[in-house]
Design a protein. Structure first.
Length: 144
């Protein structure tokens, strides 16, 4: 597996391993590397519990961090059964499109067994970070 080293100021995403948050990614900025296996980072959309005016700062294991995925635009929108990320509750949640009505997409989340409707502007194609490359579930090709 390819190892990525992040620097201060790098924009990243944290893949939550906590129960109830599996399948979600949260945006953040690297503050510093704390050793070979962890980083201090500041979240973009999460705040401190005791002071909601301050962004949440946490120490995160390196295996839970990935670069921010590239933005990919599709002229015709997303298709039925595309795996997507939906921006909701301050993070990106992995789901699958089950239906489309105009600009509204019905997305099924296997982790919660829920189907929820979202505007297309809240969706992005889901990408996995595999061996230092982005892999799309829409196309099996690697993305640079």
């Amino acid at each position: 597996m390819a190892t990525v080293t992040f620097n201060r100021g790098d924009e990243v995403e944290v893949c939550s391993k906590q129960e109830g948050f599996l399948g979600s990614y949260y945006e953040g900025t690297v503050l510093k590397q704390l050793g070979p296996n962890s980083y201090a980072l500041q979240y973009k959309n999460l705040v401190e519990e005791d002071d909601e005016s301050r962004p949440l700062v946490e120490v995160v294991p390196s295996e839970e961090i990935r670069p921010t995925p590239p933005r990919i635009r599709f002229g015709g929108g997303f298709g039925l059964h595309n795996e997507v990320d939906v921006f909701a509750n301050d993070g990106w949640w992995v789901g699958r499109i089950t239906e489309r009505k105009g600009s509204a997409y019905y997305v099924y989340f296997a982790s919660t067994r829920e189907e929820i409707v979202y505007h297309g502007s809240l969706l992005r194609i889901h990408l996995d970070w595999v061996n230092g490359k982005w892999v799309s579930s829409k196309t099996p090709a690697f993305l640079a």
